[in-house]
Ligand binder design. Structure first.
Ligand SMILES: Nc1ncnc2c1ncn2[C@@H]1O[C@H](COP(=O)(O)OP(=O)(O)OP(=O)(O)O)[C@@H](O)[C@H]1O
Ligand SMILES: [Mg+2]
Length: 343
């Protein structure tokens, strides 16, 4: 029976990052600012953030791709530090790395099968075993068999990405780093990719660090990190983060006639209201303290203030909502700071 691995050996830390700073050059153009986190054995960790936040840069430090002169901090992967060049071979033998689509490191004029054989031979894996494994992985990943022996160049973006997955997993890595695993994969297949990753994780206990813009990926993650402008805003399990919202993330979703700024401000003025988010033209999502007690009071308050509610439903915040709220809060905090500093 597949057992949830983190319960077995939750104490073993596979990725440890303490006070990581990265800059080009270090200390001047700071890309990563004092980031610390741990990923435990068997966990799936998701690094989420908008473009340019620094996600790939962190993975590049962890996978020995950024020279030590550009970073500082205490970093270990499988208990090995990427700091010393002499450690790189051992560290890289324990990990798999699937780069971002635009950085796929493939031999485009060779076939997918030959690509897998080449990467396998780098790990000293016997050719016959590599071919068998490649066939298994490419089938599981739904890369059509008739493309295995064509030039890699002719594969679609999603197929190239899945070929890169197969290569990343060829050495049965202890830790798998995946940069944007669902980018270039069409919408219907996105969920397949995510559930496939979850399946590998369950069956093999492979620790994973996934970088993504795809907030749906939070569903398969044990821990998520929200990175913004090189800083770690949040780190924790997605459910725990959502339940840190007012009333554990319960939402009143109001459709309001002729919704405008004045009406939004009026709703915001109702004392128990903690957050208000506009969602679509006429829809307002309202977070309140003591939700159950205050929901009917909110309706009365709206009636009293000539705000016509067309419909009302209650809902619970998804991780997507949580993410949007946190990013917005941070932007507003920064704006206040800049305005304050300007005077
Ligand atoms: N070698 C480098 N020299 C200078 N700047 C760099 C270097 N590598 C990355 N950067 C800068 O660091 C910032 C973060 O880049 P990074 O690729 O880590 O972002 P990301 O979060 O992965 O973005 P995306 O989601 O678009 O992939 C960017 O502004 C980028 O231009
Ligand atoms: Mg990136």
């Amino acid at each position: 029976m597949a057992t949830k691995n983190s319960e077995l050996s939750s104490s073993e830390i596979k990725i440890s990052v303490k006070h990581l700073n990265v800059g080009f050059p270090l200390g001047e153009k700071q890309i990563i600012k004092d980031v610390s986190f741990d990923v435990k054995k068997g966990e799936i960790n998701g690094f989420l953030g908008i473009s340019g936040a620094g996600k790939t840069t962190i993975i590049r430090v962890l996978t020995c791709q950024i020279p030590k002169k550009n970073w500082e901090g205490e970093v270990t992967v499988a208990k090995i530090s990427p700091e010393k060049k002499s450690n790189h071979r051992e560290l890289l033998s324990k990990i798999g790395y699937v780069p971002q689509l635009e950085n796929l490191n493939l031999y485009y004029d060779l076939t997918p099968m030959v690509n897998v054989e080449i990467f396998a031979s780098n790990y000293g894996i016997d050719k016959d075993i590599a071919v068998k494994k490649a066939q298994d992985l490419l089938s599981i990943l739904d890369v059509p068999e008739d493309t295995w022996y064509n030039k890699t160049r002719s594969l679609s973006g999603g197929e190239k990405k899945r070929l890169s997955f197969a290569i990343g997993m060829i050495n049965d890595p202890d830790i798998l780093f995946l940069d944007e695993p669902t980018t270039g994969v069409d919408a219907a297949k996105r969920y397949d990719v995510l559930s496939y990753l979850k399946k590998i994780n369950r069956n093999t206990g492979t620790t994973m660090m996934i970088i993504t813009h795809d907030l749906e990926a939070a569903h398969i993650c044990d821990t998520v990190a929200i990175l913004r402008a090189g800083k770690l805003l949040e780190y924790g399990d997605p459910k725990g983060l959502i339940s840190s919202l007012p009333s554990q993330g319960q939402i009143a979703r109001l459709t309001i006639e002729d919704l405008d700024r004045n009406k939004i401000n009026k709703v915001r003025d109702f004392a128990p209201v903690k957050k208000v988010m506009r969602s679509g033209n006429e829809i307002l999502e309202v977070f309140m303290e003591d939700f159950d007690i205050n929901l009917s009071k909110l309706v009365e308050y709206c009636i009293h203030n000539d705000i016509k509610i067309i419909s009302l439903s209650r809902d619970e915040a998804t991780f997507r909502r949580y993410f949007q709220i946190r990013i917005k809060e941070e932007e507003e905090r920064e704006q206040r700071f800049e305005q304050g500093g300007g005077h």
